[in-house]
Design a protein around this ligand. Structure first.
Ligand code: PHE
Length: 426
């Protein structure tokens, strides 16, 4: 149905346009690598929204993938299956796979009275923002996916979302918390909370529960997530009567953080807030302890990886981070999910696995309610999600296409992360 020459031509034009746009956004200058460059598209979306053919209109190149009776529905996932944040992508992919298996074991997802099996195509971003445009364009134009799940990292989602928006294909990020991600357009959703709330929750925890007044911040200057969460934490901590005694930046993947840590030590904080990803945090924690900086380290959801404890060992004892779920938190949804995940993949699922599972479940729930699988119809069904009982809490999509949910604080005790408290949204 999508194979006509006209549609094919539109697709090639759009491919060039969107790939160029994505590359432009990522600041890469190698225009020669643009797929199908030179097809001279005149239908280029200028800002990722205006002028883009909305999926589901008659001339839509994609996003209108309407599976015929009995045909399978193809969905895409883009994530860091390799690279320095590989556990983010792998856990998410496992969570999605579990949801797909469950749907298919039940005969498929029911759309307008007919069941369709789901087929998942996963693409690796290596955790690099500059890869997102290419892999999402591939999923949308070549695989003609009905919807896209991903990415984890906000900086990567910010590059993938404009492609989904331009083609009118709904995208649900399981876990990108930077507010700008869903602002890309009306096709972009998330099933997690956003950083203004996460930052405030962490600040409230440090000031009210730990009763600390002086905090230093060490953040990744090139990450949209890290910069945003630093700002939100700082604002809320100062509003709660605290002081940010030091603010230091680092570059992801750096080997040596001792210059920043030495300056921080000079400012005598009672805790250090590090809104970064687990691989850097492990190195930072070990180097901090070597410099005799013994105060608690506090982080956000980016700490969520088994690798952090494995690598940092005792350096991370007595530290805290905010997250989307804790596997040891009591709830029937969590217990059932942990059991199923363990049987399938072994090991305890992290928050990414839980969010990947919830994102896929919400997509299938929306498919069960949609008028059709065309982009705008599916978008409307996702937008109407209300009180969905997810593993990561009850999920209602608000008018900004974000989810409003509690933040969980976990604590490292005797070599394991333990549920400490839950902070409800206002
Ligand atoms: N919230 C992080 C971001 O936006 C990603 C993340 C989510 C990492 C959950 C770990 C766990 O970049």
């Amino acid at each position: 149905m999508l194979g006509s020459h006209l549609v094919q031509a539109l697709k090639l034009g759009m491919l060039a346009a969107v790939a160029t746009m994505a590359i432009g956004l990522s600041g890469c200058e190698k225009k020669t690598e643009t797929p199908a460059a030179g097809t001279g598209s005149t239908t280029a979306p200028k800002d990722g929204t205006a002028g883009a053919p909305a999926g589901g209109t008659d001339a839509a190149p994609a996003g209108g993938a309407t599976a015929a009776s009995g045909e399978e529905i193809v969905i895409g996932h883009y994530g860091s299956l390799t690279g320095s944040e590989a556990t983010f992508g792998k856990s998410t992919d496992n969570g999605i796979k579990l949801a797909v298996q469950e749907a298919n074991a039940a005969g498929g997802v029911m759309v307008n009275g007919k069941k369709h099996k789901i087929r998942l195509i996963s693409e690796d971003t290596e955790g690099k923002p500059e890869k997102a445009g290419t892999v999402v364009t591939k999923l949308v134009t070549k695989d003609e996916v009905t919807a896209v799940l991903g990415e984890v990292a906000s900086s990567v989602s910010l590059q993938g979302a404009p492609v989904c928006q331009a083609y009118g294909v709904p995208m649900i990020t399981p876990s990108s918390t930077n507010p700008d991600v869903t602002k890309v357009g009306d096709m972009i959703f998330r099933v997690c909370f956003i950083d203004p709330f996460q930052g405030k929750a962490a600040a409230t925890f440090v000031s009210k529960e730990l009763k600390l007044k002086k905090v230093a911040i060490l953040f990744d200057q090139a990450s949209a997530y890290s910069v945003g969460l630093k700002d939100e934490f700082g604002k809320a901590f100062v509003a709660a009567g605290g002081t940010i005694v030091s603010e230091q930046a680092y570059t992801k993947g750096a080997a040596d953080f001792s210059a920043q840590l030495t300056r921080i030590r000079g400012d005598s904080p009672e805790a250090i807030f590090i809104p970064g990803y687990y691989s850097d945090v492990a190195n930072i924690a070990m180097q901090a302890r070597k410099l005799d900086l013994k105060v608690p380290l506090v982080g956000g959801d980016g700490w969520d990886s088994e690798e952090l404890g494995k690598n940092a060992k005792t350096a991370i004892e007595g530290c805290f981070y905010s997250n989307h779920y804790a596997p040891d938190q009591a709830s029937p949804e969590i217990t059932a999910f942990v059991g199923k995940y363990q049987k399938e993949f072994g090991g305890i699922p992290d928050g990414l696995a839980a969010l990947g599972y919830d994102a896929a479940k919400i997509l299938f729930d929306a498919m069960g309610r949609t008028k059709s699988l065309k982009g705008p119809d599916l978008r409307d069904a996702i937008a109407a999600t209300k009180d969905f009982k997810g593993v990561t809490g009850s999920i209602t999509i608000n008018e900004d296409r974000d989810a409003v949910k509690p933040v969980v604080i976990v604590e490292r005790k005797d070599g394991a992360w333990k549920f400490r408290s839950s902070i409800a949204p206002e």
